[in-house]
Design a protein around this ligand. Sequence first.
Ligand SMILES: [Zn+2]
Length: 103
Amino acid sequence: MKLVYTHENIAIASNVQSVLEAAGIETVLKNEFSGAGRGELGVFDTWPEVWVRSEAQYATAQQIVDSISELPEGGEWLCRNCGEENGAAFFTCWHCQSVKPEF
Ligand SMILES: [Zn+2]
């Protein structure tokens, strides 16, 4: 397995995982229950991690992650349920998991 993405916010990490899974890439989420939500800041080594199971799919997964993180400014959308700002690549609100509204 290879590590393809890590983020301090479990909701964002799992959203990236959802994007990869939707592209047919088998992934594993690690450190899902460590750090986050316990008021501990700066615990970099326990950030949630998204791992790709198959090395053959790693390059594709890396491209998808790159395309998510390289999106230009302004692609964010506001959640209609809770008002939270979300990255353009995300299908659901990282805060409340509401589905991205149609424009
Ligand atoms: Zn929301």
